[in-house]
Write a protein that binds this ligand. Structure first.
Ligand code: NI
Length: 282
């Protein structure tokens, strides 16, 4: 009993101390927030900002293509996507957008989504906030100039981003951060058939598939990839459409004192690439 009282007392004192030190540590006026209870920011009720994949009912996936638009390859890809009735999301590099605005216009006309992949493809996680913000803003503006609409999704190059950057990308730009769960490493140019087989092997319902529309072998891999995804019943939609389809994950089984048997395969497993260090993908 005494222990419990002591614990309760110490947690109350801790709270008081925390609020006092919080007041002392903030000489600047408080930043206006839509959420009046900052402590709730860490609660699970907060909307999710970062996505590697989405839990959906049905065989929906999102094919994403990074680092373009490319003058000749992106139009070729648009032809292939149209022929296979697939929708894709293009994470574009701002400095390529200014050279190819008509390709973006066509992509939007054909039902695809345009998203922000920075201006010059740097490692944002290693940059100052100010420099990173310029990369994002310039691209946001270039996309708006090309298609008359601002993007709502952002993918940091290499998947590299800090927690603080994520926060302001969401709070100030309204972005959701899109990573991926299927990475065929097509930028290493392992050959079209390898790219196809990797995508087919790793893709499951709700997957976000990463590829690059600036490498000719990636384009060569797409007809077979689309055919086989189609045969397996997968339908590609834009990332925003996939996010809108999200259904709650089934509750995790309660921990029992007896160790549960480990399933041979875990189809629900999601690959989470490191987001604070540089990875070659993206
Ligand atoms: Ni990239």
């Amino acid at each position: 009993m005494f222990v419990r009282q002591l614990l309760a007392f110490s947690s109350v004192s801790l709270l008081i101390l925390q609020s006092l030190s919080g007041q002392n540590a903030s000489p600047t006026p408080p930043v206006e927030r839509s959420n009046p209870w900052p402590a709730a920011a860490a609660s699970p009720a907060q909307p999710q900002i970062t996505f590697n994949s989405v839990h959906v009912d049905g065989h929906y996936i999102a094919l994403t293509f990074d680092d373009g638009p490319h003058k000749t390859l992106t139009p070729k890809l648009l032809d292939l996507l149209a022929a296979h009735h697939m929708k894709a999301t293009f994470f574009v590099v701002g400095q390529c957008v200014v050279d190819n605005p008509d390709i973006l216009k066509r992509a939007v006309r054909e039902g695809h989504e345009i998203a922000n992949h920075s201006w010059s493809h740097p490692n944002l996680g290693k940059m100052s906030d100010e420099a990173a913000r310029r990369e994002v803003q310039k691209t946001d503006d270039a996309i708006f100039a090309a298609i008359g609409k601002r993007p709502t999704l952002m993918r940091p190059p290499y998947g590299s981003i800090t927690a603080r950057q994520k926060r302001w990308l969401h709070d100030d730009f309204g972005y959701r951060i899109i990573i991926w769960d299927v990475d065929p490493l097509d930028w290493k140019r392992p050959g079209p058939s390898v790219v196809t087989s990797r995508i087919l092997k790793e893709t499951h319902a709700g997957s976000i598939v990463l590829a690059h529309d600036i490498h000719p072998p990636t384009l060569e891999a797409m007809p077979a990839t689309f055919d086989q995804l189609d045969r397996k019943g997968f339908k590609s939609v834009t990332v925003t459409e996939l996010l809108a389809m999200a259904t709650p994950e089934p509750p995790k089984p309660k921990a029992s004192p007896r160790p549960a048997a480990i399933p041979a395969a875990s189809p629900g497993a999601i690959y989470v690439p490191p987001v604070t260090t540089s990875t070659p993908g993206g």
